[in-house]
Design a binder for this molecule. Structure first.
Ligand code: HEM
Length: 316
């Protein structure tokens, strides 16, 4: 038998015997097994069965499929972030590579958002969206998980209370004051929207346990400690600043463009399915979410999202 084959068989024998298994049994299994196919490997039939429009409107498929595509990118991003957060001894190169990957995923989402902004007819959209109330992208749990993995919870508190809670340690207090809960609470009555109530009831416990698990070890905590110890390289600093821009300014602005295109009217704006005051809630310059405040100057923070916001709005 040729030398290469013998050495592989030897290696396999060692691998299996280490766990008390017989190589011969595995080889018998291999003889019987079918070749794997593309469609089985990527679970194509399951994947393509997940697009189920609720109305006969042609454009609704674009809406569903593009949301699903986005959730898959979010999943890729979380895959990288969880690896960083759970791996305390990660080396700088792997840390940076994980962040660069997330930046690429978000870049791709920003570039493809025209599928939403330009790709659907406004009147068709307004017809099928009524059958989706009160569902909203606001209820994307992965989007919130991404934030919880990256940012200190204190930096996700809504702007009015952020300063006050900058040193708060109690996770429940911080979660109660997170920016998106405030965004989906009616100012006049203090009541939560149905969209928020549903969201909290489905994911509230999961958010709390993820926040507890990551407290002190988020991407932001790790970056701050590298900075403090003089270990934050310019390269990593740039990647982190890019991440902040992608997730907190550039993607939100592309998303906001779709809300402007489909929901803004000359006289009376169309109500959002999730019931937020979206014109005041969605623009980055109002939310001012900043994952790494210690990596930006005061001027940059004060002008967060502003110049981009102004130029995007002028287009409409
Ligand atoms: C026609 C396209 C879209 C419109 C008009 C739209 C509209 C809105 C509005 C008005 C909100 C505020 C919450 C509410 O009151 O409903 C919102 C939130 C949100 N949407 Fe969309 N959206 C669109 C597409 C998408 C897509 C493709 C995604 C991808 C998953 C998405 C994800 C989100 C997320 C994550 C939020 C929460 C943002 C935050 O809390 O800052 N949206 N959307």
């Amino acid at each position: 038998m040729d030398q290469e084959l013998t050495s592989r068989l030897e290696a396999l024998k060692i691998k299996y015997s280490a766990s008390g298994q017989e190589l011969l049994d595995f080889l018998d299994g291999l003889l019987e097994a079918d070749y794997i196919t593309y469609w089985d490997y990527i679970r194509l039939d399951s994947l393509l069965s997940l697009q189920q429009p609720r109305t006969p409107h042609h454009d609704e498929s674009i809406f569903i499929i593009y949301h699903q595509i986005t959730e898959l990118y979010f999943k890729l991003c979380l895959h990288e972030l969880r690896f960083i957060v759970k791996n305390e001894k990660i080396d700088l190169e792997s840390f940076n590579e994980g962040i660069r990957r997330c930046n690429r995923y978000f870049e791709s989402l920003e570039q493809s958002f025209s599928i939403m902004v330009d790709g659907m007819k406004r009147d068709q959209f307004l017809k099928f969206r009524m059958s989706l109330i009160p569902a909203s992208g606001f209820q994307s749990a992965q989007y919130r998980m991404i934030e919880l993995a990256i940012a200190r919870l204190n930096d996700l508190v809504h702007l009015e209370k952020r300063e006050e809670y900058s040193n708060e340690k109690n996770i429940s207090t911080l979660l109660d004051n997170i920016y998106w809960k405030k965004g989906a609470t009616m100012e006049s009555s203090g009541e939560k929207t149905l969209t928020l109530l549903q969201f909290e009831s489905k994911y509230g416990n999961e958010f709390k346990s993820q926040a507890e698990e990551y407290q002190g070890n988020t991407v932001s905590d790790q970056a701050k400690s590298l900075l403090k110890n003089g270990l934050l390289t310019d390269e990593l600093k740039n990647s982190l600043r890019n991440l902040d821009q992608h997730i907190n300014v550039l993607w939100p602005l592309q998303h906001y463009r779709s809300a402007v295109r489909y929901l803004a009217k000359q006289s009376l704006d169309v109500r959002a399915t999730g019931g937020t005051n979206w014109q005041k809630y969605l623009p980055p310059k109002f939310q001012k979410r900043i994952f790494f405040p210690f990596l930006w100057s005061e001027k940059e923070k004060n002008e967060w999202g502003k110049s981009f916001y102004d130029s995007y709005i002028k287009e409409y």
